[in-house]
Design a protein around this ligand. Structure first.
Ligand SMILES: Cc1cc2nc3c(=O)[nH]c(=O)nc-3n(C[C@H](O)[C@H](O)[C@H](O)COP(=O)(O)O)c2cc1C
Length: 189
């Protein structure tokens, strides 16, 4: 069977809340990271960065960034939502934060640099899934939070968080989700 039949036509994300956060082998993490940075990139500008967040750093960011920022943005939040926010990142074994870090260029448009960072996200996701890991591309509210952006080394008003690629282990195979009808989204001229 080809990689298309075997993988692309079956690939499916696993929800972060359904993942197990047991450790991931360093060897596999390196494989995933190397696949992530091998993407189309006009002019080889590398206009993106990956920040690897694992072990106690997940907890640190939950406690030092996510929970306080959530409280600031939602002063009347319920006990239940604070409980969720206090463990956001700890759903994963490892999180790969992908930053879009565009550079000034006389010819290559900013838009193409942003697209390339999306390609990094997709390669990380696909590679992790091809190795059998549970993985999901999430932004949630904290991808749009400046404190988070700066904590990850991003420049306010220039860089953006393209996504958090959650990596973990599957408890069960995910159900299929609704997929587009090809005739609604593909046109032949
Ligand atoms: C940029 C981006 C951000 C996303 N953010 C969220 C999110 O915050 N919450 C969510 O439930 N799904 C989010 N998703 C959707 C899921 O990651 C994913 O698309 C969905 O689970 C199905 O993916 P699959 O085709 O890999 O099975 C996001 C997807 C993209 C591309």
């Amino acid at each position: 069977m080809s990689v298309v039949d075997n993988f692309y036509h079956k690939r499916r994300s696993v929800l972060a809340r359904k993942m197990l956060s047991d450790p991931i082998k360093d060897e596999d993490l390196n494989t995933i990271l190397n696949a992530g940075i091998r993407v189309p990139d006009h002019g080889a500008l590398n206009p993106w960065k990956i920040v690897v967040i694992k072990k106690n750093k997940l907890k640190t960011i939950d406690e030092e960034v996510i929970l306080p920022e959530y409280k600031k943005e939602n002063p009347n939040s319920s006990k239940q939502s604070l409980e969720i926010e206090s463990k956001r990142l700890q759903r994963a074994s490892v999180i790969l934060a992908v930053l879009s870090t565009p550079v000034e260029h006389p010819k290559i448009p900013n838009w193409e640099m942003i697209l390339s960072s999306g390609a990094v996200c997709m390669n990380l996701l696909s590679c992790a899934q091809s190795l059998g890991y549970a993985a999901q591309w999430l932004t949630e509210w904290y991808a749009y939070n400046n404190k988070m952006l700066e904590y990850l080394g991003g420049r306010k008003d220039i860089d953006k968080i393209s996504g958090f690629i959650y990596l973990g282990h599957k408890v069960e195979e995910p159900n299929e989700r609704r997929r587009p009808d090809p005739k609604n989204v593909i046109n032949y001229l």
